[in-house]
Write a protein that binds this ligand. Structure first.
Ligand code: C5P
Length: 317
C-alpha cells in the first residue's frame, strides 16, 4: 500500500497527470472454461484460459472536483452511471487503497457489448484502475492493481494484465501462459441482446443436477499444449467451454449461430464465456473476414466482426 495522500504534501500534489489520460482496454474470450461446483460463497471454482482480443473500450480520465461518469456507444441509456457502475466502484476502490480522494471526470467510449460473455463491464473497471492510477499519480504496480481488481469482479484482474493467461479460484487468480508469440484470428458473432452471467451459471447447475449437462471439459492441459503448437487446426480441437450447454439451453438460437459459422469454414466455434456471443477460430485474417461476412449475410447475429488475440490488457494509450 502507498502512503496516505495529503493536500499539504507538495511532492504528492505534483504527482499525476494534468491533462486527460486515455486508456484502451480489450474484451476477453475463454479458450477453455472449466466450471467446478458451486462454492459456499456463491461462486463456482474455475479453471480457465483467458485471451484478450482486439475489441476495445476507451476510458478517458480528467481531473475534477467530484467523481463523475459519462458514456457513449454500446449500452448508452441502459447502463447506470451512478455508484453501482463498476467504473465508479473501481475508481473508489483504487482511491481507498492508495489513500487519495476519488476525484475524476471519467468518460467511456464503449464498443464491447453488454452482458455478452466478453467481460465488457470488467474491462471498464480495469480501465478505470489504470486511468485513475495515472491521473492521480498513485503509481501502483500491475500486481497491486490486480489485487484491487479482484475485489471488483472475477474477470477484472485478467483485464489488468491481458495476453493469454490461466485463471483459477473464481477466475481472479491469474498467471500468464508463457508461449512464443502467435496471433490467433477470431470471428466474434454478437447477439441481439444479452445473457445474465449468474443466470447461465444457475442453468449449468440445474442441467448438472438433472444429469443433462455434457461431460465437463476438465483440466486446461490439452489447451495449453495446443497453444504451444501454434497451429490453429490443433487449437481448434482443444477449445472447450462448460458454460456453452447452459447458454444454448437459455438461448437455443445460438446453436444455429455455431452451425452457420462452422459451415462457413471456421476451424471451431464456441460460446464465449457465459454467452450469448459466439466466437469462431479462423485459419488466418482473410478467412476470418470471409466468415464474418457469411455470418452477417445469414442474419444469425446482430453483428459479426473479426478480432485477433492475444493483445495487451488495460493500457494508457
Ligand atoms: O465476479 P463477477 O461479479 O463477475 O460474477 C458475477 C456473478 O457470476 C457472480 O455473482 C456469480 O453468480 C457468478 N459467478 C460464479 N462463479 C464464478 C464467477 C462468477 O458463479 N467463478
Amino acid at each position: 500500500m502507498t502512503e496516505a495522500w495529503s493536500p499539504d504534501d507538495e511532492e504528492t500534489s505534483r504527482r499525476g497527470a494534468t491533462g486527460p489520460v486515455k486508456v484502451h482496454v480489450p474484451a476477453k474470450i475463454n479458450l477453455h472454461l472449466g466450471v467446478g461446483p458451486l462454492r459456499a460463497d456463491g461462486f463456482h471454482e474455475l479453471n480457465t484460459v483467458y485471451q484478450a482480443i482486439s475489441i476495445h473500450d476507451e476510458l478517458t480520465a480528467r481531473r475534477g472536483d467530484t467523481l463523475t461518469l459519462t458514456m457513449e456507444g454500446e449500452g448508452t441509456g441502459e447502463l447506470a452511471l451512478d455508484g453501482t457502475n463498476l467504473v465508479i466502484r473501481a475508481a473508489r476502490a483504487l482511491a481507498a487503497y492508495a489513500g487519495v480522494p476519488a476525484y475524476a471526470r471519467l468518460h467511456l467510449r464503449k464498443h464491447i457489448p453488454l452482458a455478452a460473455g466478453l467481460a465488457g463491464g470488467s474491462a471498464d473497471a480495469a480501465a478505470a484502475l489504470v486511468a485513475c492510477d495515472a491521473l492521480w499519480g498513485t503509481g501502483l504496480t500491475r500486481d497491486e492493481l490486480a489485487t484491487v481488481a479482484a475485489g471488483l469482479g472475477s474477470d477484472v484482474p485478467f483485464l489488468v494484465y491481458g495476453g493469454t493467461a490461466l485463471g483459477t479460484g473464481r477466475g481472479e487468480t491469474v498467471s500468464p501462459v508463457l508461449v512464443r508469440p502467435t496471433t490467433w484470428h477470431w470471428v466474434v458473432a454478437i447477439a441481439d441482446g444479452g445473457l445474465s452471467t449468474p443466470r447461465v451459471y444457475g442453468e449449468l447447475d440445474r442441467l448438472r443436477d438433472v444429469g443433462a449437462a455434457p461431460l465437463p471439459v476438465g483440466s486446461p492441459d490439452r489447451l495449453l499444449g495446443a497453444l504451444r503448437q501454434r497451429d490453429p487446426a490443433v487449437l481448434a480441437t482443444a477449445l472447450g467451454n462448460d458454460m456453452e450447454a447452459a447458454a444454448i439451453s437459455l438461448w437455443p438460437a445460438l446453436a444455429d449461430v455455431l452451425t452457420t459459422g462452422r459451415a462457413a469454414g471456421a476451424l471451431a466455434g464456441m460460446v464465449s464465456g457465459s454467452g450469448p456471443t459466439c466466437v469462431f477460430l479462423a485459419e488466418n485474417g482473410p478467412e476470418a473476414e470471409r466468415i464474418a461476412g457469411e455470418l452477417t449475410a445469414a442474419g444469425v447475429c446482430r453483428l459479426a466482426r473479426t478480432a485477433h488475440g492475444p493483445v495487451a490488457g488495460a493500457r494508457v494509450a
